[in-house]
Design a protein around this ligand. Structure first.
Ligand code: CP
Length: 326
């Protein structure tokens, strides 16, 4: 167990060792148990988290705020649109100044080719740890919650389990690549058989795919890429079909909408779920485009673990804050 995590940023799980991630998960289980027993755990009394949002959120905002309150501290919501950030406060100024008011800074900045760079600029200027609440490249807390959920369902040793990380059609908007990218990176470190299924226009960043392949090689897992939606479900233990944008093909919203229209049949339904193992679980980070990405029957059905995933956001985030902001 690695215990010296005070002051550490968490921008991508790639920058934390496997042992450090396992420590975070151990603490998350302990805090989940404490909450179930109504046992107080004010590990961050009088501490403040500054939460800076450039993008909308339901789960991330609510779980970080609730988590800080349960740890005895306070979470301060800062909206980029209603502060002077919209008039030019720079990333360096935010890191310097908010870092002097708080004990940690959490940021959601998903703009393509900018978000991750922004978060890193804040982190460079900040004297307190910086936590990535989602950028254009990574969504580490979602994927840590997903890993916790998978281990709850299948046990801690995930070697040999097959996860299908798949594109699914959605009409709402061009979503970031951060969820599938973080998923293939982290699950490949746990010896799983990672399957990435997507149409040719919906590729992920090549350097991330290469890192996932290398993670699988090191962990004794496998990594494969498919372009057939049905084939992705075959004999999978875990299916995680969700929409993302075709950012590697075009940044134009109208063009991406036209491309996406070719794949309206990439919807998870009961027929597809039957192709996976009988014991398979259905995962989604939410929000989902119901009856477009996934049918109500599946997302509300017995194989769905979406609410456990959402709950586990709270526990992994509290663990990360308790370990880095203490
Ligand atoms: N899954 C997730 O990050 O949800 P929000 O966008 O609602 O925060």
């Amino acid at each position: 167990m690695q215990t010296d995590l005070r002051g550490r940023d968490l921008i991508t799980t790639q920058e934390w060792t496997r042992e450090e991630i396992d420590t975070l998960l151990d603490v998350a289980w302990d805090l989940k148990r404490k909450r179930a027993l109504r046992e107080a755990h004010p590990l961050l009394r009088d501490k403040v988290l500054g939460m800076l949002f450039f993008f909308t959120s339901t789960r991330t905002r609510a779980s970080f705020e609730a988590g800080m309150a349960q740890l005895g501290g306070h979470a301060m919501f800062i909206d980029s649109e209603t502060t002077q950030i919209s008039h030019g406060d720079t990333a360096k100024e935010i890191g310097e100044i908010i870092g002097r008011y708080t004990d940690g800074i959490a940021i959601r900045q998903c703009d393509w080719k900018f978000g991750n760079q922004y978060i890193r600029e804040v982190a460079t200027a900040s004297r307190v740890p910086v936590l990535n609440m989602q950028c254009d490249v990574y969504h580490p807390f979602q994927i840590l919650a997903d890993l916790m959920t998978i281990q709850e369902k299948f046990g801690r040793d995930l070697r040999g389990k097959t996860i299908n990380v798949s594109y699914a059609y959605a009409s709402s908007y061009q979503k970031p690549l951060s969820v599938p990218q973080s998923l293939i990176l982290l699950m490949a470190r746990y010896g799983m058989n990672v399957r990435l299924t997507a149409p040719k226009e919906f590729g992920l960043m090549p350097e991330i795919v290469e890192q996932a392949r290398e993670n699988a090689r090191r962990s004794g897992g496998t990594f494969e890429q498919l372009d057939d939606f049905d084939a992705g479900f075959k004999d999978a233990d875990i299916v995680y079909p969700k929409s993302w944008g075709c950012w590697m093909t075009t940044e134009d919203k109208q063009e991406s909408a036209v491309i996406g229209k070719q794949y309206t049949d990439w919807i998870t339904d009961a027929r597809r779920m039957k192709m996976a193992k009988d014991t398979a679980i259905y995962m989604h980070c939410l929000p989902a485009d119901r009856n477009i990405e996934v049918t109500d029957e599946v997302i509300d059905g017995p194989q769905s673990v979406v609410y456990d995933e959402a709950e586990n956001r709270l526990h992994v985030q509290k663990a990360a804050m308790a370990l880095t902001m203490c």
